[in-house]
Design a protein around this ligand. Structure first.
Ligand SMILES: Nc1ncnc2c1ncn2[C@@H]1O[C@H](COP(=O)(O)OP(=O)(O)OP(=O)(O)O)[C@@H](O)[C@H]1O
Ligand SMILES: [Mg+2]
Length: 489
């Protein structure tokens, strides 16, 4: 009988009057807020899942793929009562079907999900902010306790999922820890202390005006534990890992978007950075023209214009894009983040990437030395030092450095014979000896008296070269910047 407009106006009026006299106020926490995923929604979900008892009437159970734990949750349109500081609140999980799919730049999920929090008006000021803070904290705690780190990849090649995330995640279950990591114990302790200082350093970073992030560069030959070290870091700190596949990122702006979608308390990894994009040492292009020099610091080059081909496969990420990614303004859009780059060839990297302050710590993962060997014997055979015959141990100590076996090689040798421990040790020693002799014969090792292997000598030279380049670099970069400004003008 009533026209729809009138009916609508009446309903609205009725609603207002109702709310005026109601002693409750309501807060909606929707899963997707505009285009962003609402972190609070996930936190509330996790928080409620911990407080929901199995005795509830109807619960939804979820177990993420490969996850080890089952979480309880509120079923659709169900509610639960919670108390905080002696104040009772009511949570309702509201799920509605999204009606017509209006035009959107990306498809939205079919369901619209959200939580509604009902609080008595008089309690609102008292608890609201502290309650939400409490929920966030609890949710983080639960996430950590579940031991389910997440490993994210951007392998979808730039496309977004239905919830607008460019990252795909799987539970991260790498068992590597600092305990099982074979490396010099002193160096290991240094790294662990550094990580600890970082994780507990919120006040320090705030006081000194630095963004709360840290960069590590892991370099060394294949099989020396770079990836294992990253896993150990993640397990040690309880952080998620974002494994960034640079070859799947097409432009600097895409890189920035990926960065924006990473959460805090995470490790952002770029493996084999020398192979991912063409970040060659500018000094190595001895006859580089000003043009090519500037191109690294240029704005993005567009694919198909010809200038993009220098980074191969239509990938137009530039070094400047990468540097902005790690320490430009955008790098602080979250906090408590660790960047880890790995490479097998540190000499191939552009000195701009190596300069101090950019990658805070350069960690050299190298061939198996005696302390590492002892850790591996313990890991794989359960042998302490005293379980191995003294002269065998001495012999191992004598030959291990010149054998230049990677921890991966040693692990392999030990796994092969792990049923027969004595045989494993015997064969390992043989292996070490024969490799050592081979290396000496090939003249690969020099300066044995000083215990300096060729590798170390090369490294020393590299370091020196990099340092001297760094000094020149400072002046170079100014010039380039000036040139850029001229171009812009
Ligand atoms: N330092 C180490 N401590 C314990 N295990 C190690 C170590 N280094 C290598 N390993 C063993 O060797 C395997 C390969 O190591 P990892 O993948 O970490 O090497 P990497 O340095 O990342 O090699 P690449 O440069 O090829 O990526 C691991 O599964 C691990 O078991
Ligand atoms: Mg690796």
């Amino acid at each position: 009988i009533f026209p729809p407009e009138l009916r609508f106006a009446f309903l609205k009026f009725f609603n207002r009057v109702f709310h005026l006299f109601s002693s409750y106020c309501y807060f909606d926490i929707t899963e997707i807020d505009g285009v962003n995923t609402n972190e609070l929604y996930n936190a509330v979900q996790l928080y409620l899942s911990s407080s929901v008892s199995i005795a509830g009437n109807r619960l939804s159970l979820t177990r993420a793929v490969n996850s080890s734990s089952i979480t309880f949750g509120l079923s659709n349109n169900d509610s639960i009562v919670d108390t905080f500081n002696n104040v009772t609140v009511l949570w309702e999980h509201v799920v509605t079907q999204r009606q017509t799919q209006t035009f959107a730049w990306r498809p939205l999920p079919e369901e619209k999900r959200g939580f509604t929090l009902r609080i008595k008006k008089r309690d609102k000021a008292l608890i609201l902010s502290s309650y939400l803070d409490f929920i966030m904290e609890r949710a983080n705690e639960i996430r950590r306790k579940n031991q389910d780190r997440l490993l994210y990849t951007n392998s979808r090649g730039g496309s977004l999922d239905s919830r607008g995330h460019p990252w795909e995640s799987v539970p991260f279950k790498h068992p590597s820890t600092f305990e099982t990591l074979a490396m010099d114990p002193v160096k290991k302790q240094q790294i662990m202390d550094d990580l600890k200082d970082f994780a507990e350093g919120q006040m320090f970073y705030q006081k000194t005006g630095r963004a709360w992030k840290r960069g590590y560069l892991l370099y060394g030959p294949p099989g020396t534990g770079k990836s294992s070290m990253i896993a150990a870091m993640a397990n040690h700190l309880g952080y998620d890992i974002y494994d960034l596949e640079l070859t799947e990122v097409h432009s600097n702006s895409e890189l920035r978007k990926l960065l924006m979608k990473t959460s805090s308390k995470s490790i952002i990894v770029i493996e084999d950075i020398d192979c991912s994009i063409n970040l060659t040492n500018r000094k190595k292009n001895s006859n580089a023209t000003t043009q090519t020099q500037r191109s690294y610091y240029d704005m993005e080059t567009r694919p198909g214009t010809g200038s993009g081909e220098e980074s191969g496969n239509g990938n137009t990420i530039t070094l400047s894009g990468l540097l902005n990614f790690t320490d430009g303004l955008w790098s602080c859009c979250g906090s408590e983040r660790i960047f880890v780059f790995t490479t097998n060839h540190i000499e191939k990297l552009d000195p701009a990437l190596l300069r101090s302050g950019r990658m805070d710590m350069h960690i050299h993962m190298s061939y198996c030395d005696f302390p590492s060997l002892k850790i591996l014997l313990k890991n794989y055979l359960g042998y302490e030092e005293e379980d191995v015959e003294e002269d065998v141990l001495k012999e191992m100590e004598r030959v291990v450095d010149r054998a230049e076996m990677t921890p991966a090689d040693v692990s392999e040798a030990l796994i092969k014979n792990r049923r027969d421990k004595e045989k494993a040790v015997r064969e390992l020693l043989e292996d070490l000896k024969s490799r050592g002799e081979g290396n000496v014969k090939d003249g690969k090792l020099r300066g044995q008296s000083g215990n300096l292997t060729e590798l170390e000598i090369v490294e020393e030279e590299e370091k020196r070269a990099i340092d001297s380049q760094n000094e020149e670099e400072d002046t170079d970069e100014e010039e380039i910047e000036v040139e850029d400004n001229i171009c812009k003008d």
